[in-house]
Structure formats: C-alpha cells, structure tokens
Write a protein that binds this ligand. Sequence first.
Ligand code: HMG
Length: 388
Amino acid sequence: MSVGIDEISFYTSNYFLDLRSLARAQQTDPDKYYVGIGQEKMGMAAPDEDIVTMAANAALPLVDTVGSERISTLLFATETGIDQSKAAGIYVHRLLGLGANCRVVELKQACYSATAAVQMACALVARQPEQKVLVVASDIARYDLDTPGEATQGCGAVAMMISANPRLVEIAPEVGNYTEDVMDFWRPNYRSTALVDGKYSTKIYLKSLKKAWENFREASSLTFGDFSHFCYHLPFGRMAQKAHQQLARVNKSELGAEQLEQQIEASLQYNRIIGNSYTASMYIGLASLLENSSHDLAGQRIGFFSYGSGCVAEFFSGRVVEGYERHLYRDAHRRMLEARQEVSYDEYLALYRYPDPRDGEHLDIPASTTGRFRLAAISHHKREYVVC
Ligand code: HMG
C-alpha cells in the first residue's frame, strides 16, 4: 500500500499588487524584483479574509469530493496564528461541516509545519488506511513597509487530502532533516509583521538544504539523478533557483543551466504571481508543477525541500501517480488567478493598514472578498465567520 497526496487545491486573495507599482513608489528598478528575486506580483488579503477563510476556501473542493463525514483528522499549519489557544482549524471544521468525531489541531514551525503535518498525516493513514486526513496550510506573509522583505509578501492557502493509494503523489517514508537554533526570521507574539535578517536567512536556507540532503542520502538510496523535478520552499523564485544550483553542485551533476531550470520552472509559476505564502508555498509550488508542466510527470520522482526559519528543514521524495492529470483542479485555479484584481500602491497601503482585528475592539468588516467564506466581524473578542 502507498500513502500520499490524493488531491491538492489552493486559494489566494482576489487582490494583488504588481511589484512594478511597488518599485515605482520606492524609486527602485522593477527588474530588482522581476529579475533579481524572480517575483512579479504579490497577493494581498482582503480586510475580511484571514488564514481561516483562505484555508476553508482551499479545502472546500476536496471536502465536496470526499464527503465531510469521511475526514478523520484536520491538521492546520500556519505561522499567522489568530489565537494563542484555540486552533484555527476548528473554525474551518465548522465552516466545512466536518463531522464531530474529526480531530483538529494547529501546527507551528515557521514555513516548515505543513510538511510536519503531511508526515503526521501519512503516519496516521499508514496505521489506519481507511482514514482520510485533511492537511491545510494557510498564511499571510507580512513585513514592515520600506524594508527589503516588503517585496516578498503574499498570501495563500493550500489543502491536501492524504490517503492510502493516492491519486496524485506517493510520499516515500525516507526523509532527511536538519534543525538549528538560529535567528534568521521570527515574529514575537506582540508583532503582526515578521523580523528578518534577510541575507543571513538566505545563507541558512542554503546551509540547511545541504545538511538535510546529506541526512536524506543516509536514509535513502535515491540520488540526485533519480529526480526529474524538485519543489523548494518558495520565499521568492530566485531562492529556489539558487538552491537548486547549489544542490546540483554538491552532487557534481553534469546537467546544464537550462536543464536545471527545467527541473524547477513549472513549480515557480504560481508563486511568482502570488508571493510568499509561508507554510503553503512549497505545496502551491507542487500544484504549479503538476498543473503547468509541459511533460507527462507520471512515474517521475519529485524531490521536496521544505524550510522553516528558526530553523527546521526536511528533504523528502514523492512519485507521481499514473493518471494524476485527471484529479487536478487546474481550470478552477487558473480561473481564480485570472479573475484577480490589481490594486494601486495607495490601495495596497490601505489594505496593509486595515485595522488589526486582533486589538479586541468591536469591528464590523465590510464585504470585499470574492471567496466563499468571510470574516464578518470581531465582537467581544470573538471572530465571526460567515458563508457567503
Ligand atoms: P535586498 O537585500 O534588498 O536585495 O533583499 P538585494 O540587493 O540582495 O537584491 C536581490 C537580488 O536582486 C540580487 O541578486 C541583486 O543582484 C539583484 P543575487 O545577488 O541575490 O543573485 N538585483 C537586480 N537584478 C536585476 N536588475 C536590478 C537589480 N537590482 C538588484 N536592477 C532579501 C533581498 C532576500 C534580503 C529580502 O527580499 C528579504 O529580506 N526577504 C525576506 C526574507 C526571505 O525571504 N528570506 C529567504 C530565506 S528564509 C525563508 O525562506 C523562510 C521564510 O519564508 C519564513 C519562514 O520560514 O517562515 C522567509
């Protein structure tokens, strides 16, 4: 029996800022973003969207397919927590009408926790193959204005159904891990934006890749040449390109620059126009690869590098299942991305500065998302979600 990803669906806000508008406002060359970091647009959450509404939107098609009563566990990965105690997934559980016997828990370790959720889900399914475990990862990436991180913001959520004999990607049990206590990126509880030592974070990302790969090689007989494609954690596209070139060098690969680029290009396409979605980003990269690759991926092996600042990293592998194309949400994803609305720089600032609903005061939030779920109000410190 194999275990892995049976379905994958993602969601991002209907608003985006083109990084050319940001460059104009900052009097910077737009190529710094379009070429230098490999990003074109960044998603901006609407005032009535948060990690809960995005996650519910991402998961809805999967729940409709499988049936809400069949889901035994919901694992919610995020680093944009809305409550120190209550798991955000419990709101999602209600919005999606999941059964009362479904367990729900929230996981945190920066951008890595979605991978912890996937591995835990695989372990649960391996133990009880009739189980369907729903993994959601949802984040809003926010940095201070006028900082180098500003251009790497974004928002999005991904939902994956983990099951036995999956129809998309079988996940192999062998993994390589690397953990080190570093301060490359962090967000203390009293802040709504992350603090980051940008250049240092890119160095630690690359170091962790090397170390996780070495550990993976101790556990697995697979070599660099066994993989046709790779999905990296995607804070911005150029980071994945640098990482992949480094991994090829470490392995003394004879592939040329163009061949190396082909191994990751399809995985970068959605992220380039959504931006960093933290926990969701590598898995939106997987959806991008499966939905945009010009080659048939059936039977091919994918290498995954998941990285979460602070830091924990993991390298693992998956094999694409025959017939996978029939089980993708490609058209729905493309329609959603094409229907998005560009905002001006001033509108972006207004979205960025929208009153922080975590301040506890009563807040009625006007409707603006085009998604199915919205955060309508905060009242008596309680978040009120509605189905549109
Ligand atoms: P910066 O320091 O302002 O940018 O911000 P830069 O000056 O290094 O320029 C970036 C690249 O653009 C450089 O290329 C420039 O040469 C090039 P490189 O040397 O890297 O190859 N460039 C141009 N190219 C063409 N035309 C031009 C031009 N100008 C410059 N005119 C930095 C970069 C990454 C520091 C910033 O975006 C940042 O702080 N981002 C946030 C942190 C981040 O994303 N780190 C990534 C690793 S950590 C991670 O992935 C975890 C994370 O997702 C969080 C989590 O785990 O929860 C962040």
